[in-house]
Design a protein around this ligand. Structure first.
Ligand SMILES: NC(=O)c1ccc[n+]([C@@H]2O[C@H](COP(=O)([O-])OP(=O)(O)OC[C@H]3O[C@@H](n4cnc5c(N)ncnc54)[C@H](O)[C@@H]3O)[C@@H](O)[C@H]2O)c1
Ligand SMILES: [Zn+2]
Ligand SMILES: [Zn+2]
Length: 394
Protein backbone atom coordinates (compact mmCIF):
# COMPACT_ATOMS: atom_id res chain seq x y z
CA UNK A 1 0.00 0.00 0.00
CA UNK A 2 0.91 3.65 -0.23
CA UNK A 3 1.82 5.53 2.99
CA UNK A 4 3.33 8.83 4.13
CA UNK A 5 6.63 8.10 5.87
CA UNK A 6 9.08 10.19 7.88
CA UNK A 7 12.70 10.26 6.71
CA UNK A 8 14.21 13.21 8.54
CA UNK A 9 13.65 16.84 9.43
CA UNK A 10 11.44 18.35 6.69
CA UNK A 11 11.63 15.07 4.75
CA UNK A 12 8.28 13.32 4.36
CA UNK A 13 7.91 10.81 1.54
CA UNK A 14 5.20 8.73 -0.03
CA UNK A 15 6.27 5.10 -0.31
CA UNK A 16 5.01 1.62 -1.02
CA UNK A 17 5.02 -0.39 2.23
CA UNK A 18 3.56 -3.79 3.17
CA UNK A 19 -0.20 -3.91 3.84
CA UNK A 20 -1.07 -4.11 7.54
CA UNK A 21 -2.67 -7.28 8.93
CA UNK A 22 -4.54 -8.29 12.08
CA UNK A 23 -1.85 -9.09 14.68
CA UNK A 24 -3.83 -9.24 17.94
CA UNK A 25 -7.39 -10.48 18.56
CA UNK A 26 -8.40 -6.92 19.61
CA UNK A 27 -7.16 -5.33 16.33
CA UNK A 28 -9.14 -4.12 13.40
CA UNK A 29 -7.84 -3.12 9.95
CA UNK A 30 -9.52 -0.30 8.03
CA UNK A 31 -9.34 1.01 4.47
CA UNK A 32 -8.65 4.70 5.03
CA UNK A 33 -10.98 7.08 3.19
CA UNK A 34 -9.86 10.36 4.85
CA UNK A 35 -6.92 11.27 7.08
CA UNK A 36 -6.14 14.66 8.65
CA UNK A 37 -2.84 16.53 8.86
CA UNK A 38 -2.46 18.01 12.35
CA UNK A 39 -0.42 20.68 14.11
CA UNK A 40 0.95 17.80 16.19
CA UNK A 41 2.45 16.31 13.00
CA UNK A 42 4.50 19.50 12.70
CA UNK A 43 6.28 18.59 15.94
CA UNK A 44 7.49 15.40 14.21
CA UNK A 45 8.40 17.35 11.10
CA UNK A 46 11.01 19.25 13.08
CA UNK A 47 11.18 19.26 16.87
CA UNK A 48 10.70 15.61 17.86
CA UNK A 49 12.93 14.22 15.13
CA UNK A 50 15.11 12.46 17.71
CA UNK A 51 12.27 10.07 18.47
CA UNK A 52 11.50 9.13 14.87
CA UNK A 53 13.03 6.46 12.65
CA UNK A 54 13.26 6.65 8.87
CA UNK A 55 10.30 4.84 7.39
CA UNK A 56 7.90 5.49 10.30
CA UNK A 57 4.35 5.90 8.95
CA UNK A 58 2.77 9.11 10.28
CA UNK A 59 -0.80 10.36 10.72
CA UNK A 60 -3.30 10.01 13.55
CA UNK A 61 -6.61 11.43 12.31
CA UNK A 62 -8.03 8.68 10.08
CA UNK A 63 -11.45 7.32 9.22
CA UNK A 64 -12.57 4.65 6.82
CA UNK A 65 -14.25 1.32 6.36
CA UNK A 66 -13.60 -1.83 8.37
CA UNK A 67 -11.73 -4.40 6.25
CA UNK A 68 -10.94 -7.05 8.89
CA UNK A 69 -11.63 -7.64 12.57
CA UNK A 70 -9.72 -9.67 15.17
CA UNK A 71 -11.38 -12.63 16.86
CA UNK A 72 -12.07 -10.67 20.09
CA UNK A 73 -13.86 -7.81 18.33
CA UNK A 74 -17.59 -8.27 18.79
CA UNK A 75 -19.43 -5.06 17.95
CA UNK A 76 -17.89 -4.18 14.57
CA UNK A 77 -18.44 -5.83 11.19
CA UNK A 78 -16.61 -5.68 7.91
CA UNK A 79 -18.03 -2.73 5.96
CA UNK A 80 -18.80 -0.58 9.03
CA UNK A 81 -17.86 3.07 8.72
CA UNK A 82 -15.57 4.17 11.57
CA UNK A 83 -13.53 7.11 12.86
CA UNK A 84 -10.32 6.21 14.70
CA UNK A 85 -9.25 8.17 17.81
CA UNK A 86 -5.60 9.21 17.91
CA UNK A 87 -5.25 7.63 21.40
CA UNK A 88 -4.66 3.89 21.46
CA UNK A 89 -6.53 2.85 24.57
CA UNK A 90 -7.76 -0.52 25.77
CA UNK A 91 -11.07 0.56 27.28
CA UNK A 92 -10.86 -1.60 30.41
CA UNK A 93 -7.80 -0.69 32.52
CA UNK A 94 -7.84 1.49 35.68
CA UNK A 95 -7.27 4.70 33.70
CA UNK A 96 -9.74 3.80 30.95
CA UNK A 97 -12.40 3.04 33.58
CA UNK A 98 -11.95 6.65 34.70
CA UNK A 99 -12.17 7.81 31.08
CA UNK A 100 -8.58 9.06 31.16
CA UNK A 101 -8.00 7.34 27.84
CA UNK A 102 -4.82 9.25 27.01
CA UNK A 103 -3.29 7.65 30.12
CA UNK A 104 -4.29 4.02 29.31
CA UNK A 105 -2.17 1.67 31.43
CA UNK A 106 -2.27 -1.11 28.85
CA UNK A 107 -0.60 1.04 26.17
CA UNK A 108 1.46 3.45 28.34
CA UNK A 109 5.08 3.82 27.25
CA UNK A 110 6.85 3.34 30.56
CA UNK A 111 10.37 3.23 29.10
CA UNK A 112 9.87 6.84 27.99
CA UNK A 113 7.72 7.89 30.94
CA UNK A 114 4.87 8.83 28.59
CA UNK A 115 1.16 8.09 28.47
CA UNK A 116 -1.01 6.00 26.17
CA UNK A 117 0.24 5.11 22.71
CA UNK A 118 -0.71 7.41 19.91
CA UNK A 119 -1.06 6.46 16.23
CA UNK A 120 1.88 7.47 14.05
CA UNK A 121 3.63 9.42 16.77
CA UNK A 122 7.23 8.45 17.40
CA UNK A 123 8.98 6.13 19.86
CA UNK A 124 7.73 8.32 22.71
CA UNK A 125 4.22 7.04 22.00
CA UNK A 126 4.67 3.44 20.94
CA UNK A 127 5.89 3.82 17.35
CA UNK A 128 2.52 2.60 16.02
CA UNK A 129 2.26 2.86 12.21
CA UNK A 130 -0.01 5.82 11.45
CA UNK A 131 -3.06 6.61 9.37
CA UNK A 132 -1.81 8.73 6.46
CA UNK A 133 -1.90 5.55 4.41
CA UNK A 134 -4.27 3.46 2.33
CA UNK A 135 -4.81 0.92 5.11
CA UNK A 136 -4.35 1.01 8.86
CA UNK A 137 -4.09 -1.59 11.61
CA UNK A 138 -5.84 -0.16 14.67
CA UNK A 139 -4.59 -1.74 17.92
CA UNK A 140 -7.49 -2.05 20.39
CA UNK A 141 -9.70 -0.97 17.47
CA UNK A 142 -12.52 -3.04 18.90
CA UNK A 143 -12.75 -0.49 21.71
CA UNK A 144 -11.46 2.67 20.05
CA UNK A 145 -13.23 2.82 16.70
CA UNK A 146 -16.23 5.16 16.71
CA UNK A 147 -18.95 3.74 14.48
CA UNK A 148 -20.65 6.44 12.40
CA UNK A 149 -23.57 6.22 9.96
CA UNK A 150 -23.11 5.81 6.21
CA UNK A 151 -24.39 8.71 4.11
CA UNK A 152 -22.98 12.13 5.06
CA UNK A 153 -19.56 13.12 3.66
CA UNK A 154 -16.43 12.03 5.58
CA UNK A 155 -15.78 15.56 6.86
CA UNK A 156 -19.00 15.41 8.91
CA UNK A 157 -17.34 12.83 11.18
CA UNK A 158 -13.58 12.88 10.48
CA UNK A 159 -12.71 15.46 13.14
CA UNK A 160 -13.96 13.12 15.88
CA UNK A 161 -10.51 11.52 15.68
CA UNK A 162 -8.73 14.52 17.20
CA UNK A 163 -9.74 18.12 16.47
CA UNK A 164 -13.24 17.93 17.96
CA UNK A 165 -12.50 16.03 21.19
CA UNK A 166 -9.33 18.08 21.74
CA UNK A 167 -11.21 21.35 21.30
CA UNK A 168 -14.13 20.03 23.37
CA UNK A 169 -11.85 18.95 26.22
CA UNK A 170 -10.05 22.32 26.03
CA UNK A 171 -13.38 24.10 26.51
CA UNK A 172 -14.53 21.69 29.26
CA UNK A 173 -11.25 22.19 31.11
CA UNK A 174 -11.46 25.99 30.65
CA UNK A 175 -14.66 25.84 32.71
CA UNK A 176 -15.84 29.35 31.80
CA UNK A 177 -18.48 30.55 34.28
CA UNK A 178 -21.90 31.70 33.04
CA UNK A 179 -21.61 35.06 31.34
CA UNK A 180 -17.82 34.75 31.29
CA UNK A 181 -15.20 35.38 28.63
CA UNK A 182 -12.74 32.98 27.03
CA UNK A 183 -9.49 33.90 25.29
CA UNK A 184 -8.23 31.33 22.77
CA UNK A 185 -4.57 31.62 21.77
CA UNK A 186 -4.05 30.24 18.26
CA UNK A 187 -6.54 30.01 15.40
CA UNK A 188 -5.21 26.81 13.89
CA UNK A 189 -7.63 23.89 13.65
CA UNK A 190 -7.64 23.35 17.42
CA UNK A 191 -8.11 26.99 18.43
CA UNK A 192 -10.67 27.56 15.67
CA UNK A 193 -12.72 24.54 16.71
CA UNK A 194 -12.42 25.39 20.43
CA UNK A 195 -13.81 28.84 19.61
CA UNK A 196 -16.70 27.25 17.68
CA UNK A 197 -17.52 24.93 20.58
CA UNK A 198 -17.35 27.76 23.12
CA UNK A 199 -19.53 30.07 21.02
CA UNK A 200 -22.02 27.24 20.50
CA UNK A 201 -22.30 27.19 24.29
CA UNK A 202 -22.91 30.93 24.36
CA UNK A 203 -19.48 31.95 25.70
CA UNK A 204 -18.01 35.32 24.69
CA UNK A 205 -14.87 34.28 22.80
CA UNK A 206 -11.77 36.26 21.85
CA UNK A 207 -9.19 34.61 19.55
CA UNK A 208 -5.59 35.74 18.95
CA UNK A 209 -3.26 34.65 16.16
CA UNK A 210 -1.02 36.29 13.57
CA UNK A 211 -2.22 34.65 10.34
CA UNK A 212 -4.85 36.90 8.71
CA UNK A 213 -6.92 34.21 6.96
CA UNK A 214 -7.09 32.14 10.16
CA UNK A 215 -8.37 35.17 12.07
CA UNK A 216 -10.90 35.89 9.33
CA UNK A 217 -12.28 32.36 9.64
CA UNK A 218 -12.95 32.69 13.36
CA UNK A 219 -14.23 36.26 13.05
CA UNK A 220 -16.62 35.05 10.35
CA UNK A 221 -18.18 32.76 12.93
CA UNK A 222 -18.61 35.46 15.54
CA UNK A 223 -15.38 35.49 17.56
CA UNK A 224 -13.60 38.73 18.44
CA UNK A 225 -10.28 38.37 16.60
CA UNK A 226 -6.98 39.98 17.59
CA UNK A 227 -3.97 40.02 15.26
CA UNK A 228 -0.93 39.84 17.56
CA UNK A 229 1.36 41.07 14.78
CA UNK A 230 -0.46 44.43 14.87
CA UNK A 231 -0.35 45.20 18.56
CA UNK A 232 2.23 47.98 18.14
CA UNK A 233 4.01 47.82 21.46
CA UNK A 234 1.19 46.87 23.81
CA UNK A 235 1.01 43.28 25.05
CA UNK A 236 -1.85 40.99 24.09
CA UNK A 237 -2.65 40.57 27.79
CA UNK A 238 -3.10 44.36 28.17
CA UNK A 239 -5.28 44.58 25.09
CA UNK A 240 -7.51 41.75 26.33
CA UNK A 241 -7.70 43.22 29.84
CA UNK A 242 -8.96 46.46 28.30
CA UNK A 243 -11.79 44.46 26.73
CA UNK A 244 -12.67 42.65 29.97
CA UNK A 245 -13.21 45.33 32.62
CA UNK A 246 -9.48 45.49 33.30
CA UNK A 247 -9.48 42.01 34.87
CA UNK A 248 -8.69 39.64 32.03
CA UNK A 249 -10.70 36.72 30.64
CA UNK A 250 -12.09 34.08 33.03
CA UNK A 251 -10.20 31.40 31.12
CA UNK A 252 -7.52 31.08 28.46
CA UNK A 253 -7.02 28.13 26.14
CA UNK A 254 -3.49 27.75 24.79
CA UNK A 255 -4.05 26.17 21.38
CA UNK A 256 -0.55 27.01 20.15
CA UNK A 257 2.01 24.76 21.84
CA UNK A 258 5.73 24.57 21.40
CA UNK A 259 5.91 25.81 17.81
CA UNK A 260 4.90 29.32 18.96
CA UNK A 261 6.13 32.39 17.19
CA UNK A 262 7.94 35.14 19.01
CA UNK A 263 10.31 33.40 21.39
CA UNK A 264 14.07 33.92 21.42
CA UNK A 265 14.83 30.21 21.85
CA UNK A 266 13.38 29.38 18.45
CA UNK A 267 16.81 28.94 16.89
CA UNK A 268 17.98 26.67 19.70
CA UNK A 269 14.83 24.66 19.31
CA UNK A 270 15.39 24.19 15.62
CA UNK A 271 18.97 23.18 16.30
CA UNK A 272 17.91 20.38 18.64
CA UNK A 273 15.76 18.99 15.84
CA UNK A 274 18.85 18.79 13.68
CA UNK A 275 21.20 17.16 16.22
CA UNK A 276 22.06 13.45 16.04
CA UNK A 277 19.53 11.43 18.07
CA UNK A 278 21.96 10.43 20.86
CA UNK A 279 22.47 14.07 21.73
CA UNK A 280 19.00 15.38 20.94
CA UNK A 281 16.96 12.75 22.81
CA UNK A 282 18.18 13.63 26.33
CA UNK A 283 18.20 17.33 25.49
CA UNK A 284 14.58 17.30 24.34
CA UNK A 285 13.47 15.36 27.41
CA UNK A 286 15.45 17.11 30.11
CA UNK A 287 16.11 20.64 28.98
CA UNK A 288 13.72 23.53 28.62
CA UNK A 289 13.50 23.71 24.89
CA UNK A 290 9.96 24.92 24.26
CA UNK A 291 8.93 28.22 22.80
CA UNK A 292 6.79 29.32 25.70
CA UNK A 293 5.48 32.58 24.31
CA UNK A 294 1.86 31.48 24.15
CA UNK A 295 1.89 29.83 27.57
CA UNK A 296 3.42 32.90 29.19
CA UNK A 297 0.78 35.05 27.51
CA UNK A 298 -1.93 32.76 28.86
CA UNK A 299 -0.79 33.28 32.47
CA UNK A 300 -0.33 36.98 31.96
CA UNK A 301 -3.76 37.49 30.38
CA UNK A 302 -5.99 35.27 32.53
CA UNK A 303 -7.83 37.06 35.33
CA UNK A 304 -6.88 36.38 38.94
CA UNK A 305 -8.51 33.15 40.07
CA UNK A 306 -9.11 32.13 36.46
CA UNK A 307 -8.33 28.94 34.57
CA UNK A 308 -5.67 28.15 31.97
CA UNK A 309 -6.50 25.18 29.76
CA UNK A 310 -3.54 23.93 27.74
CA UNK A 311 -4.30 22.00 24.54
CA UNK A 312 -1.05 22.90 22.77
CA UNK A 313 1.70 20.33 23.17
CA UNK A 314 4.93 21.13 25.03
CA UNK A 315 7.95 18.87 25.07
CA UNK A 316 10.69 20.15 27.39
CA UNK A 317 10.91 19.13 31.05
CA UNK A 318 12.72 22.07 32.59
CA UNK A 319 11.22 25.12 30.98
CA UNK A 320 11.39 28.20 33.15
CA UNK A 321 7.81 29.12 33.95
CA UNK A 322 6.69 32.17 35.84
CA UNK A 323 5.76 30.26 38.97
CA UNK A 324 5.57 33.43 41.01
CA UNK A 325 2.91 34.84 38.72
CA UNK A 326 1.02 31.52 38.49
CA UNK A 327 0.94 31.23 42.28
CA UNK A 328 0.25 34.87 43.02
CA UNK A 329 -2.69 34.96 40.59
CA UNK A 330 -4.19 31.77 42.07
CA UNK A 331 -4.64 30.32 38.60
CA UNK A 332 -5.94 26.84 37.89
CA UNK A 333 -4.14 24.90 35.19
CA UNK A 334 -5.59 21.92 33.32
CA UNK A 335 -3.95 20.18 30.41
CA UNK A 336 -3.14 16.95 28.62
CA UNK A 337 -3.77 14.99 25.47
CA UNK A 338 -7.44 14.68 24.72
CA UNK A 339 -9.22 11.64 26.18
CA UNK A 340 -10.89 11.15 22.83
CA UNK A 341 -13.47 8.46 23.62
CA UNK A 342 -14.64 10.35 26.69
CA UNK A 343 -16.27 13.00 24.49
CA UNK A 344 -17.12 11.30 21.19
CA UNK A 345 -20.66 10.16 22.07
CA UNK A 346 -21.66 13.70 23.09
CA UNK A 347 -20.06 15.24 20.02
CA UNK A 348 -21.49 12.62 17.64
CA UNK A 349 -24.98 13.48 18.86
CA UNK A 350 -24.33 17.11 17.95
CA UNK A 351 -22.82 16.19 14.56
CA UNK A 352 -25.88 14.17 13.63
CA UNK A 353 -28.12 17.22 13.84
CA UNK A 354 -29.07 18.40 10.35
CA UNK A 355 -27.69 21.91 10.46
CA UNK A 356 -23.95 21.22 10.98
CA UNK A 357 -23.81 23.68 13.90
CA UNK A 358 -20.02 23.54 14.16
CA UNK A 359 -19.45 23.94 10.42
CA UNK A 360 -17.40 20.77 10.15
CA UNK A 361 -18.29 20.09 6.52
CA UNK A 362 -16.60 23.30 5.42
CA UNK A 363 -13.81 23.15 8.04
CA UNK A 364 -11.06 21.64 5.85
CA UNK A 365 -9.40 24.06 3.46
CA UNK A 366 -7.67 21.42 1.32
CA UNK A 367 -8.47 17.85 0.23
CA UNK A 368 -5.38 16.24 -1.30
CA UNK A 369 -4.10 12.87 -2.44
CA UNK A 370 -1.40 11.08 -0.42
CA UNK A 371 1.08 11.85 -3.21
CA UNK A 372 0.74 15.53 -2.36
CA UNK A 373 1.72 14.98 1.31
CA UNK A 374 5.35 16.22 1.19
CA UNK A 375 4.23 19.56 -0.25
CA UNK A 376 1.26 19.69 2.11
CA UNK A 377 3.47 19.38 5.20
CA UNK A 378 5.59 22.23 3.94
CA UNK A 379 2.73 24.62 3.18
CA UNK A 380 0.93 23.75 6.44
CA UNK A 381 4.08 24.48 8.43
CA UNK A 382 4.74 27.74 6.60
CA UNK A 383 1.02 28.61 6.77
CA UNK A 384 1.02 29.30 3.04
CA UNK A 385 -1.65 28.82 0.44
CA UNK A 386 -4.48 29.36 2.94
CA UNK A 387 -3.75 25.96 4.47
CA UNK A 388 -5.62 25.72 7.76
CA UNK A 389 -6.86 22.13 7.75
CA UNK A 390 -5.57 19.63 5.23
CA UNK A 391 -7.29 16.29 4.71
CA UNK A 392 -5.78 13.49 2.64
CA UNK A 393 -8.03 11.22 0.62
CA UNK A 394 -5.98 8.05 0.07
N1 LIG B 1 -4.00 18.07 23.55
C1 LIG B 1 -4.20 17.31 22.48
O1 LIG B 1 -4.70 16.20 22.56
C2 LIG B 1 -3.86 17.86 21.13
C3 LIG B 1 -4.47 17.35 19.99
C4 LIG B 1 -4.20 17.95 18.75
C5 LIG B 1 -3.32 19.01 18.68
N2 LIG B 1 -2.71 19.46 19.81
C6 LIG B 1 -1.76 20.58 19.79
O2 LIG B 1 -2.49 21.79 19.67
C7 LIG B 1 -1.64 22.78 19.07
C8 LIG B 1 -2.38 23.44 17.91
O3 LIG B 1 -2.66 22.48 16.90
P1 LIG B 1 -3.19 22.96 15.47
O4 LIG B 1 -3.48 21.73 14.66
O5 LIG B 1 -4.28 23.95 15.64
O6 LIG B 1 -1.83 23.61 14.92
P2 LIG B 1 -1.36 24.89 14.14
O7 LIG B 1 0.12 24.88 14.19
O8 LIG B 1 -2.03 24.97 12.81
O9 LIG B 1 -1.95 26.13 15.00
C9 LIG B 1 -1.20 26.90 15.87
C10 LIG B 1 -1.60 28.37 15.64
O10 LIG B 1 -0.98 29.18 16.64
C11 LIG B 1 -0.59 30.41 16.05
N3 LIG B 1 0.44 31.02 16.90
C12 LIG B 1 1.78 30.80 16.90
N4 LIG B 1 2.36 31.52 17.88
C13 LIG B 1 1.37 32.18 18.51
C14 LIG B 1 1.35 33.07 19.62
N5 LIG B 1 2.48 33.41 20.26
N6 LIG B 1 0.14 33.57 20.03
C15 LIG B 1 -1.01 33.23 19.39
N7 LIG B 1 -1.05 32.38 18.32
C16 LIG B 1 0.13 31.88 17.91
C17 LIG B 1 -0.12 29.99 14.68
O11 LIG B 1 -0.10 31.07 13.75
C18 LIG B 1 -1.15 28.92 14.30
O12 LIG B 1 -2.26 29.47 13.60
C19 LIG B 1 -0.37 22.04 18.66
O13 LIG B 1 0.61 22.20 19.70
C20 LIG B 1 -0.80 20.60 18.64
O14 LIG B 1 0.25 19.70 18.85
C21 LIG B 1 -2.98 18.91 21.02
ZN1 LIG C 1 -4.00 15.59 15.52
ZN1 LIG D 1 -6.69 1.28 29.06
Amino acid sequence: MKAVTWHGVHDMRVEEVPDPRIEEPTDIVIRVTSSGLCGSDLHLYETLAAFMEPGDIVGHEPMGVVEAVGSAVTHLDIGDRVVIPFNVSCGHCWMCERQLYSQCETTQNREHGTGASFLGYSKLYGQIPGGQAEYLRVPHGGFGAVKVPHGPPDDRFLFLSDVLPTAWQGVEYADVPDGGTLLVLGAGPIGDMAARVAMHRGVRTIVADLVPERLQRVAGRGAEAIDISRLEGSSLADVVRDETHGRGPDAVIDAVGMEAHGSPVKAVHKMVGLLPDVLAEPLMKAAGMDRLTALHTAFDAVRRGGTVSVSGVYGGAADPMNLMQMFDKQVQVRMGQANVRRWTDDILALLQKDDDVLGVESFATHHLSLDEAPQAYESFQKKEDGAVKIVFRP
